[in-house]
Design a protein around this ligand. Structure first.
Ligand code: AMP
Length: 217
């Protein structure tokens, strides 16, 4: 099954996608993670992406579409995928459709992860991310056992530069202006399902995901 995760940055798309990855054995492909890996490796793509990411704006559509279509051609996507953070504009959604059409496939399900801006801003400003394995924590609601150290792999936790108050404001503005229209876009295709990004227990989250996935089958 080909799935996309929609929702504001920090709404919880990544957490839900990781649960689904485990349960349904599908690759979890995050456009933000691919950009950050390129920034770390100092590639040309990374240098370009950084200038947008630091401001809380979107990397240009053509660059993003090419990067993601390349990723979707890899073998691990043959039986489906979970896209997290892509598409983020109507142009990207059209680009994705066009690429999938060529290989006679399509998006089966769009999952909208909901949350309000204040909750999201609070979540993002307290978020800490493992620089090695990508695990996420929150300084108040989900702190690591040892301050600043990842429970899973022992690497250092970082506060992403774009998880600071000013950039968060710009990221949310970008979301409302450019990404939110995708809700109607996928609703009109009849494949949109909604889930709260603020479900507390893992069991409840898995239950909510199961209900949604049975719809897509
Ligand atoms: P994320 O980790 O998904 O919140 O993404 C971090 C940043 O990467 C965003 O604020 C954008 O600058 C950039 N980015 C991620 N995905 C996309 C996309 N689909 N289109 C354009 N820019 C993106």
């Amino acid at each position: 099954m080909n799935i996309i995760m929609l929702g504001a940055p920090g709404a919880g798309k990544g957490t839900i996608a990781s649960q689904m990855k485990e349960k349904y054995n599908l690759p979890h492909i995050s456009s933000g993670d691919i950009f950050r890996a390129n920034i770390k490796e100092n590639t040309e793509l990374g240098k370009l992406a950084k200038s947008y990411i630091d401001k809380g704006t979107l990397v240009p559509d053509d660059v993003t579409i090419n990067m993601m279509v390349d990723r979707l051609c890899k073998d691990d996507c043959k039986n489906g995928f979970i896209l997290d953070g892509f598409p983020r504009t109507i142009v990207q959604a059209d680009g994705l459709n066009e690429a999938l059409n060529k290989s006679n496939t399509k998006i089966d399900l769009a999952i909208l992860v909901e949350g309000d801006d204040d909750q999201i801003a609070e979540r993002l400003s307290g978020r800490r991310v493992c620089e090695k394995c990508g695990a996420t924590y929150h300084i108040v609601s989900m702190p690591p056992k040892v301050d600043g150290v990842c429970d899973k792999c022992g690497a250092t936790l970082i506060h992403r530069k774009d998880d600071t108050a000013d950039v968060i404001k710009d990221r949310l503005k970008t979301y409302h202006e450019q990404t939110k229209p995708l809700i109607d876009y996928y609703n009109e295709k009849g494949i949109l399902k909604t889930i709260s990004g603020f479900i507390k227990s893992k069991e409840e989250m898995i239950d909510a995901i199961d209900k949604i996935i049975s719809f897509g089958n």
